[in-house]
Design a protein around this ligand. Structure first.
Ligand code: HAM
Length: 429
């Protein structure tokens, strides 16, 4: 009896296959990310894709913990696939202690996992560029990170008017909460974070449930609507609030000087879902806010301490690949996903050994080269060359070739010619 043919399992929900054409786009994004990070003096690091569960529980924030992919391994350890990079970075910092010379600037492009409701801009497996500065409380660290965001988005071809970087401060919000008599803030923050996603009534009733009076909620609501530094200035009175606002003022001033000022706006409605932020927080959106956040981050001066290490200040951000790619596609800024090759090596006589010999010579010079993998009619070889995006076809056995040289055809113009290897190498434009 025949066993029934197996049904191929489908692609898991919220994940992607990267066929070569998608991989080319992905690499385009990674290349620009990596070049921008290096240009700003960040060094690359990596960590494992899974960690002990307790690295996340209690420190990262309710939402992200509820989305963990976790399991017991064969040694009965409770493991979680990493949903973000920051706790891993904190672990790396704690492990090396004082042997790491601070401050330092590091970047990474981790593959992350979150059990999200998969939707546009949100997947269960995605990549995220992380830039972080460890070991300084200086506001110029924030300035460096925000400049890097603005510059790298421009590297992708976006204009300053295509995106906006909203800046807020947990320090300022904390100080203002204290001013209006709210001292127990841990339950308040998750509600503030949802403020623009829920109905006004629910915002009011959820805050009432955390113990806030109607008066306090109204003040908070108006405070979070503030659109300018002057407006905030008029609403605050304590020294702590003023000091936190001064920090924002300095940041905006430096960002003007760095050339990134045009994209930066004050947005006190930004709270951020993650629990560990202590100071400046920020989110990057497309200008019309028609998509989810492109990036988000902030200062986390107590995370290392909470994870069992010394107190080491940190600040950084994560920029996901999914929303960014959607935005670039919408603006027509993604490159062609077609293959491209410098040379295709062909033969009139199917001399395969000669093909391998000549291909090797061009590859030694650093060019990308392909050729047929079995004896094939010339017409088919030309079809392959075109399909693979070759710029020039080199014939290994053309009769008009000079001694030691080759006949060739430039595919974009149809120009035929003959020359030495070096002369042909120059054609690759
Ligand atoms: P986050 O706001 O959770 O922050 O994520 C940052 C960015 O990652 C988001 O703005 C979004 O572009 C992308 N992202 C998040 N979740 C998904 C998803 N399910 N699918 C696709 N893209 C997603 C953090 O992760 C912080 N650890 C960032 C950070 C670094 N803070 C300090 N240093």
């Amino acid at each position: 009896m025949n066993t029934p043919k197996m049904q191929t399992p489908p692609l898991p929900k919220g994940t992607r296959d990267f066929y070569p054409e998608s991989m080319r786009i992905q690499n385009f994004i990674f290349d620009i990310w990596r070049k921008a990070a290096l240009r700003f003096g960040y060094e690359e690091y990596e960590g494992p894709m899974f960690e002990h569960l307790e690295l996340y529980t209690g420190k990262s924030g309710e939402e992200i913990v509820s989305q963990l992919y976790d399991f017991k391994d064969k040694g009965d350890r409770h493991i979680a696939l990493r949903p973000e990079m920051t706790p891993t970075l904190a672990r790396l910092v704690i492990q090396k202690g004082n042997s790491l010379k601070k401050p330092f600037k590091w970047f990474s492009i981790p593959r992350l996992f979150r059990y999200e409701r998969a939707q546009k801009g949100r997947l269960r497996e995605f990549f995220q560029l992380n830039l972080d500065i460890i070991g300084t409380e200086s506001i110029y660290a924030e300035a460096d990170l925000l400049s890097a965001i603005a510059y790298m988005l421009m590297d992708f071809g976006l204009k300053t008017e295509d995106f906006s970087i909203g800046v807020s401060s947990r320090k300022l919000l904390n100080a203002y909460l204290a001013e209006i008599g709210v001292s127990e803030v841990s339950k308040v923050y998750p509600v503030l974070d949802r403020r623009l996603k829920i109905e006004k009534e629910d915002f009011y009733s959820e805050l009432a449930a955390t113990g806030l009076s109607l008066e306090q909620t109204k003040k908070l609501d108006q405070f979070m609507d503030s659109k300018s530094i002057e407006e905030v200035e008029a609403k605050i009175s304590s020294d702590e609030s003023k000091a936190a606002l001064d920090e924002i003022k300095q940041l905006f001033k430096t960002l003007q000087a760095s050339g990134a000022g045009k994209s930066i706006t004050l947005d006190l409605s930004i709270v951020r879902g993650l629990a560990y932020y202590t100071g400046i927080v920020f989110e990057v959106f497309d200008k019309g806010k028609s998509m989810r956040a492109i990036a988000g981050g902030g200062r986390y001066d107590s995370l290392c301490e909470k994870l069992g290490g010394d107190k080491v200040p940190g600040v950084g951000f994560g920029m996901g690949d999914v929303v960014l790619a959607n935005l670039l596609e919408e603006r027509g800024l993604l490159p062609s996903s077609k293959q491209s090759l410098d040379f295709f090596v062909a033969s009139f006589t199917n001399d395969m050994d000669k093909i391998f010999e000549v291909a090797g010579k061009f590859r030694k010079l650093g060019y990308s080269v392909n050729h047929p993998l079995s004896p094939t009619k010339l017409g088919k070889q030309m079809e392959q060359a075109n399909a693979q995006g070759a710029k020039v076809v080199v014939y290994v056995d053309g009769e008009k070739a000079p001694a030691g040289g080759f006949e060739y055809k430039v595919l974009s113009t149809g120009t035929l010619g003959a020359g030495t290897l070096e002369e042909i190498a120059q054609l690759k434009v």
